[in-house]
Write a new protein. Structure first.
Length: 299
């Protein structure tokens, strides 16, 4: 029985493991990473340099534990609060997490405390069973499931830009024209609700254009023609493959993706983290989301 540490496995080996084993490996990796962050911060305290971010997050975790209990279920793992926050922020691959807590982490934690709960969070009851499962509201987040060379994203959210546009359109009588086409981008460092991150560049990389329309997107009930959606799941999916260029140089370790409204620059619309980073090298097959792999759902 091998198990051990998550970082001892290749991506291909992880795909062969039972999901329960993957969860066990992830929990251990989350715990070790946060413990190291705590250790580094305590060492900094000895030098009079302890971060305000760590102190505020420790206080936040204590308040959340008193409100909801010592752990929270993020997807399929029951986690302490600091580990849960890091998974929500940066995905389920700890090797892509930052080495220290930041003010941006504090800002996201404060939003969570004020009720902007991330997608797919289950608050556990006193017996450790999942109670209320939170799905991101229309203006608070958007989630999707997709496959990128066999990998799935952890979670996603609407950008601040799109949240503001939707609020103004839905409640304040402002005009909003959805961008068409939209462009999918890949990242080697996490973007956030205001954008940022490190987008792949060079080596023939380019964002992929995805046009609106019945030919490219299913209705919520699986409709493929010019009729209104009638489904009850609140979701659509791509009808055609979304294919990036074949890399002519190393793209690096891809950890996140996003949809934007322009082929370069532009405004962030949606973004999300992959459950595991994917290293894309020169000569690898063109990264592709096959038809039906990219599902967008409002819940």
């Amino acid at each position: 029985m091998r198990l051990g540490h998550l970082e001892d496995y290749t991506a291909e080996e992880l795909l062969e493991l039972p999901y329960t084993d993957i969860c066990t490996l992830r929990r251990g990796a989350f715990k070790r990473h946060v413990a190291q962050m705590r250790k580094d911060d305590e060492a900094a305290e000895g030098d009079g340099q302890r971060t305000t971010a760590f102190c505020e997050l420790a206080h936040w975790a204590d308040r959340m534990a008193r409100r909801y209990g010592p752990t929270v279920k993020v997807h399929h793992n029951a986690l302490p609060w600091l580990e849960a926050l890091m998974v929500v922020r940066y995905g389920e691959d700890p090797m892509q997490w930052p080495p220290a807590f930041s003010d941006h982490d504090v800002a996201r934690a404060q939003l969570w405390w004020r009720g902007k709960t991330p997608f797919d969070i289950s608050y556990l009851d006193e017996d450790g069973e999942a109670g209320l499962i939170t799905l991101a509201p229309l203006t608070g987040g958007l989630w999707w499931l997709l496959g990128l060379l066999g990998l799935l994203p952890l979670m996603s959210a609407l950008s601040d830009y799109l949240e503001n546009e939707i609020i103004d359109w839905l409640f304040r009588g402002r005009t909003f024209t959805p961008p068409d086409p939209k462009y999918m981008a890949l990242y080697t460092a996490a973007p956030g609700e205001t954008g940022g991150g490190t987008e792949v560049s060079g080596g023939s990389y380019a964002r992929v254009s995805i046009a609106d329309g019945f030919a490219n997107w299913l209705g919520t009930g699986g409709e493929t023609t010019n009729v209104d959606s009638t489904g009850t799941g609140g979701q659509t999916e791509n009808r055609n493959a979304i294919t990036f260029p074949t890399p002519s140089a190393n793209w690096g370790s891809v950890t996140h993706m996003a949809l934007l409204d322009a082929s370069s620059g532009g405004n962030f619309l949606l973004y999300g983290a992959l459950t595991a980073a994917k290293t894309i090298n020169n000569g690898d097959p063109a990264p592709e989301f096959q038809a039906g792999d990219f599902t967008v759902a409002f819940a």
